[in-house]
Ligand binder design. Structure first.
Ligand code: FE2
Length: 309
């Protein structure tokens, strides 16, 4: 991309980290089989400063019960490695799992961050769920709203955020050293890409966002938010590179045009059912992972809009 300053800046950061090992973060992935989500703990080995990306709160839809099995694996890892959590990052408002960020923030501190465009997602879903005026649609449930190209630090390691809309209007990729956490944009090369049919989603925008990510240096490490295996593959996987995606991604490898992608994505999305947990997830995640305020009996309720989606 010729005039894409943010991507240029990200590419330079990645090149510096490729040259100097001490600018590369340590990364641990935690796979949640119930929702096929990968959460990450990323840290600077020199200072032990850490970011927790896309954590999962376990939720059983039938009983409406939350639990902490997945999040506690992260708690254990952070504690046993003596990490200091400075960021809790959400790549977007997830529609398939509830975030455990408030639970982890209570234990470890750190700033809860998401993309600036979350306000558009709050607007759309605030209306759908008929949330009252007490539900602020200004992103104030988060401590930090990232803009495209905004930089940050994880200890001595550089970070930069890229706005990569399409799956939702607010998706961000977070690049830390030479590692890009790309959220729901691309998946493993043999599986393809994220869906673009949720409210506010856009296949054309998704293609452009993905091509933006794939214009980063070829050796950039990519860490994905989900894996569903793929025909012929028996193991879950969540790490790949720009090179592998450009050579082999079944939806967006080099040579696939925007129109071809949009046609494929649109047709495929028509065949996909809504995720099981979309209603509870979105409702809670637009509130920064906090349950709706309890009613006068002290109980929080999740709403289901009937015949509205
Ligand atoms: Fe998602």
């Amino acid at each position: 991309m010729a005039n894409d300053n943010a991507v240029q800046q990200a590419a330079e950061q990645i090149a510096r980290a490729r040259e100097d090992k001490t600018l590369r973060p340590s990364i641990a992935g935690f796979f949640d089989e119930a929702t096929n989500t990968v959460s990450y703990v990323v840290h600077d080995p020199k200072t032990n400063e850490a970011a927790i990306i896309d954590s999962v709160l376990d939720y059983e839809a039938a009983s409406g019960r939350t639990s902490y099995g997945s999040a506690d694996l992260i708690v254990e890892y952070v504690t046993s490695n003596n990490l200091k959590v400075s960021w809790l990052i959400e790549t977007h408002a997830h529609a398939d799992h509830i975030s455990a960020a408030p639970y982890l923030q209570e234990k470890f501190g750190g700033k809860l961050a998401i993309g600036r465009e979350i306000v558009r997602v709050q607007e759309v879903f605030g209306k759908l769920f008929n949330a009252g005026t007490d539900f602020e649609r200004d992103g104030s449930q988060f401590d930090k709203l990232f803009e495209d190209g905004e930089t940050f630090r994880l200890g001595e390691i550089e970070g930069i955020a890229l706005h990569v809309p399409g799956h939702t209007p607010a998706d961000m990729a977070f690049i830390i050293g030479d590692a890009a956490f790309v959220g729901d944009t691309i998946f493993m090369p043999d599986f393809g890409t994220a869906r673009a049919d949720f409210p506010g989603g856009d296949a054309r925008q998704l293609f452009r966002s993905i091509r933006r990510l794939l214009s980063l240096p070829k050796e950039t490490r990519l860490f994905l938010c989900h894996d569903y295996k793929a025909p012929g593959r028996d193991e879950y996987a969540w790490e790949t590179t720009v090179r592998q995606q450009r050579e082999g991604n079944v939806h967006v490898k080099d040579g696939v045009t925007e129109d071809e992608f949009v046609e494929m994505r649109t047709a495929r999305d028509k065949t996909l059912a809504m995720p099981n947990l979309i209603m509870p997830s979105v409702q809670v995640n637009i509130r920064g992972g906090r349950l709706p305020a309890p009613e006068d009996n002290g109980v929080s309720y999740i709403k289901i809009p009937v015949n509205a989606v």
